[in-house]
Design a protein around this ligand. Structure first.
Ligand code: NAD
Ligand code: DAU
Length: 331
């Protein structure tokens, strides 16, 4: 199977490319990435000889058409992915997350190819802390931020192209990923790199917000299962049943890194900040036999701390740029 991976120089996409190349199960692995601020081509260096890398945007319909024509399946990671940025300037989110997906759908429709669309649990909005419920494939959409609204819109486009034009599509909605090669604007790498640089971790609002953490390699193993065995037309929710609040994560990082557990500061809250996400992964577990291999968050965080400690050259420039952005918005 020849595969086109969009957004393959970003966090989850690059880990996915490393994983599928290592699996040896695919033919051509073509990667398109616009090399936005969030990309890092160094992430793909270990497989540079095994992939075809194209610098370009999914918003470029002609380029997308040409690349889709040459493969069997598209896995779409390409997106603007950071909520804080979407609150400052939503335009790139519409361009990548809506126009880009529209172009991919039109191309797979024209050429009769399959697409897997990588989406997020944020399309469902948030849950109260004491709500016994979790998100399922049947949960209604209720996105809160410009980012999640564009991801919700993209999911609706995929379903519309599947129903109206018979496009062979699957969708997955995953919870918060952590692991190596995540951009330092995101919560866990921001705090790890702050601590490494002698800066206190910064917690938004009360820090009681809960995220349902999954290691990026577990997310990508779930995506491989969907691409290989998933039923066309279906949606699968992916999560590792690991709900933890933000203060608890920061305390764990501080312990791992040998600092006092209360060595952090609260900063102003994110407008519209979702309180809690929680995934019920029952469908993908039962139907595709997937399950997370990283069951121990403490061990996963220790490995992630070790990766950022060992790879400062990977993140140093992005850290300076990201903290300039945070300084402007006061967080
Ligand atoms: P990321 O920001 O690290 O990477 C996104 C990549 O896409 C970057 O390399 C960027 O340059 C590229 N890109 C952006 N717009 C593009 C375009 N128009 N054309 C080509 N490339 C483009 O994001 P991530 O965390 O790796 O997320 C990847 C996907 O997974 C996104 O669709 C996101 O919504 C989804 N997702 C992320 C998480 C998470 O916790 N990070 C959880 C669930 C779903
Ligand atoms: O749930 C899946 C989503 O997870 C993905 O769709 C998004 O692409 C991904 O960015 C992530 O969204 P979040 O907004 O949950 O992730 P972020 O890393 O920005 O923040 C995680 C939590 O930590 C959130 O409650 C906000 C908080 N936070 C974040 C930063 C950057 C802080 O308290 N301090 C910080 O410095």
């Amino acid at each position: 199977m020849d595969i086109l991976v969009t957004g393959g120089a970003g966090f989850i996409g690059s880990n996915y490319v490393l994983q599928v190349v290592a699996s040896g199960c695919y033919g051509r692995v073509v990667v398109i990435d616009s090399l936005s601020y969030a990309a890092n081509v160094a992430s793909l260096a270990p497989v540079a000889g095994a992939i075809e890398f194209v610098e370009g945007s999914t918003a470029d319909a002609a380029l997308v058409d040409r690349l889709v024509a040459g493969v069997d399946v598209v896995v779409n990671f390409a997106a603007e992915s950071h909520n804080d940025n979407s609150l400052n300037d939503p335009r790139p989110f519409l361009e990548s997350n809506i126009i880009g997906v529209w172009n991919l759908l039109e191309a797979v429709r024209r050429h009769g190819k399959r697409i897997h669309h990588v989406s997020t649990d944020e399309v469902f909005g948030d849950l109260q802390l004491d709500d016994p419920g979790r998100f399922t494939e049947g949960t209604a959409y209720r996105p809160s931020s410009p980012y999640s609204a564009t991801k919700a819109g993209a999911d609706h486009l995929v379903r519309a192209w599947a129903r109206s034009f018979g496009v062979r599509a699957t969708i997955s909605n995953c919870s918060n990923n952590y692991g190596p090669r995540q951009h330092v604007e995101k919560f866990i790498p921001r705090q790890i790199t702050n601590i490494l640089l002698g800066e206190k971790p910064k917690i938004y609002g009360t820090g009681k917000n809960v995220r349902d953490w999954i290691h990026v390699e577990d997310h990508n193993r779930a995506l491989e299962a969907i691409v290989e065995r998933g039923r066309v037309g279906e949606t699968y929710l992916i999560g590792a049943e690991c709900e933890v609040d933000n203060v608890t994560i920061v305390r764990a990082l501080l312990r791992i890194m040998g600092k006092p557990e209360d060595w952090f500061e609260f900063v102003s809250d994110r407008p519209g900040h979702d309180l809690r996400y929680a995934i019920d992964p029952g469908k993908i577990v039962t139907e595709l036999g997937w399950g997370p291999e990283f069951q121990d968050l403490q061990a996963g965080l220790e490995a992630t701390v070790a990766w950022y400690s060992d790879n400062e050259q990977w993140w140093a420039a992005a850290k300076t740029a990201a903290e300039k952005v945070y300084a402007v918005i006061g967080r």
